[in-house]
Write a protein that binds this ligand. Structure first.
Ligand code: KIV
Ligand code: ZN
Length: 521
């Protein structure tokens, strides 16, 4: 059967990063971009370059370093935005500018304070301006799904004429239902002059929980690009989740074969889905709910007796996808305290990590430390440990000793010894619980008292010796810093996560990083 490709446009680093609290450093963005390339996404929307110097630098760095996917930069329909995007993506081998302007009556009247004919003129000028930098131009009529159809058709026809090559149809506020979205895509496909030369794209938000269903209905009606994010990250309730879109197309290939009789497919290497999901969760600090489709911890767990019985008799009774397809549970290779450096390096390579000598040295030291306490180290443990090492920031503060005392009817107390720059400081404090007491002691030792925004802890793998991974978000001067810590002792991982977040905050201040100014879309 002939094949038709659905382009996977990943916007984790742009729309995903707009989620409140999901701020990533430039190196973390690069790390995610590299993994997205391994995953096989076709387009990476690397950022919104005009919005801040950090966004500009991150987009430029990704454009310089990545050779596979198209690198896209977002720009409002204005010369300044388009120039910034054009400059940021200039080093990329394959580059795209994604420009947008709102077209719904409510946005035009209240946000833009412009009449439809002015908006149309701005859209056309923006696309023409993009042509000075690139041939690959995407146009989005923001809030398309609440726009009037005749105006949508008119503006899309005009931007095609001006040179747009991809037409994205955003459901900006997550308002539309699948049946309606399908009809919009079908009508645009049939009524917009010149649209047959362009790719129609979906961009659906999840406010009513419809983002994936809407995107797939778009594909069913002729869209050949889907904009999505890893783990469904994004503004408010998020965007369509890449892993769900890809696995739906993969699993229900029968349903998605097009009317012309072609088979619809994506280029995604599905076995990289799980790893990518974990990396994004780790770096953003957004914990994945256990029952999340495809990548949640329970997505492939069968507990009910009748299900287990069925699975044992015939896997397909209760399982529509194999865990191995998303990169789970293939070989459960176990390392331990007797694994030498060579075995460790070999396993890291097998897992796809490309480490520098210095990173290997640090990671191996940590591995030995953990292997001493935890007999079996699984691939998932190793991945967490390495991701923890390679995102090291300048460590102004380091935990050298932690002692916590707590129990029923006693006041939890903690004492810490910490390296603070070149000095060693000790502090002791009590709190509402052991973690609270440890955090108070850390605040006293470091002299830093950022506001704690969120805290979570999860077991990386099962069993009583499982590594505990703590994730902490702190707020300072309106900016969020996410820290993580791992240990077989959950109080220690909590303390390390807090110190990691404080180190990130201090490193950003030392670098003179300015808080990102939120630019109104
Ligand atoms: O949701 C939206 O409308 C967007 C646009 C910038 C494409 O993210
Ligand atoms: Zn969006």
């Amino acid at each position: 059967m002939p094949e038709e490709k659905v382009i996977i446009f990943d916007t984790t680093l742009r729309d995903g990063e707009q989620s409140p609290g999901a701020s990533l450093s430039i190196n973390e963005k690069l790390e995610i971009a590299r993994q997205l390339a391994v995953l096989g996404v076709d387009v990476i929307e690397a950022g919104f370059p005009v919005s801040s110097p950090t966004q500009f630098e991150a987009t430029k760095l990704i454009a310089e370093q990545l050779t596979g996917p198209v690198i896209a930069g977002l720009a409002r329909a204005s010369k300044g935005d388009i120039e910034a995007a054009g400059k940021a993506i200039a080093p990329a081998k394959k580059r795209r500018i994604h420009t947008f302007i709102a077209t719904s009556p409510v946005h035009m009247k209240h946000k833009l304070k412009k009449k439809p004919d002015e908006v149309l003129k701005m859209a056309v000028e923006a696309v023409k301006c993009c042509r000075e930098f690139v041939d690959d131009i995407e146009f989005s009529p923001e809030d398309a799904c609440r726009s009037e159809m005749p105006f949508l058709i008119e503006i899309l026809a005009a931007v095609i004429e001006a040179g747009a090559t991809t037409l994205n149809i955003p459901d900006t506020v997550g308002y539309i239902l699948p049946y309606e979205y399908g009809r919009i895509i079908a009508q645009l496909k049939s009524d917009v002059p010149g649209i047959d030369k362009c790719i129609i794209s979906t961009h659906c938000h999840n406010d009513l929980g419809m983002a994936v269903a809407n995107s797939l209905t778009g594909v069913r009606n002729g869209a050949r690009q889907v904009e999505c994010t890893i783990n469904g990250l994004g503004e408010r309730a998020g965007n369509a989740a890449l892993e769900e879109i890809v696995m739906a197309i993969h699993t229900r290939a029968d349903f998605f074969s097009s009317q012309s009789g072609s088979q619809v497919r994506t280029n995604i290497k599905t076995t990289e889905i799980h790893r990518t999901s974990r990396l994004v969760s780790q770096l953003t600090g957004f914990v994945i709910q256990p029952n999340k489709a495809i990548v949640g911890a329970n997505a492939f767990a069968h507990e009910a007796g009748v299900h287990v019985d069925g699975i044992l008799k015939e896997r397909t009774t209760y399982e529509i996808m194999k865990p191995e397809t998303i990169g789970l549970g293939g070989s459960r290779m176990v390392l331990g305290r007797h694994t030498g450096r060579a075995g460790f390096v070999d396993r890291c390579k097998h897992l796809g990590f490309k480490l520098t000598e210095a990173e290997i040295k640090h990671a191996y030291e940590r591995f030995v430390e953990i292997a001493d306490k935890k007999k079996e180290i699984f691939d998932e443990d190793l991945a967490v440990l390495i991701n923890d090492e390679i995102r090291i920031v300048e460590r102004t503060y380091e935990l050298q000793y932690l002692h916590v005392a707590c129990g029923t009817g006693t006041l939890p107390t903690a004492s810490v010894k910490m390296r603070v720059g070149d000095e060693v400081k000790t502090a002791a404090a009590c709190g509402d619980g052991p973690v609270d007491a440890a955090y108070e002691a850390i605040r006293q030792a470091t002299g830093q008292s950022p506001k704690l925004k969120n805290y979570s802890i999860r077991a990386v793998t099962g069993g009583k010796e499982a590594l505990g991974e703590a994730t902490v978000g702190i707020i300072d001067d309106g900016r969020t810093f996410v820290g993580r810590g791992i240990s077989t002792d959950i109080i220690e991982s909590s303390a390390k996560a807090y110190i990691d977040a404080i180190n990130r905050m201090v490193a950003a201040k030392n670098k003179g990083d300015q808080p990102e100014v939120k630019v109104e879309l």
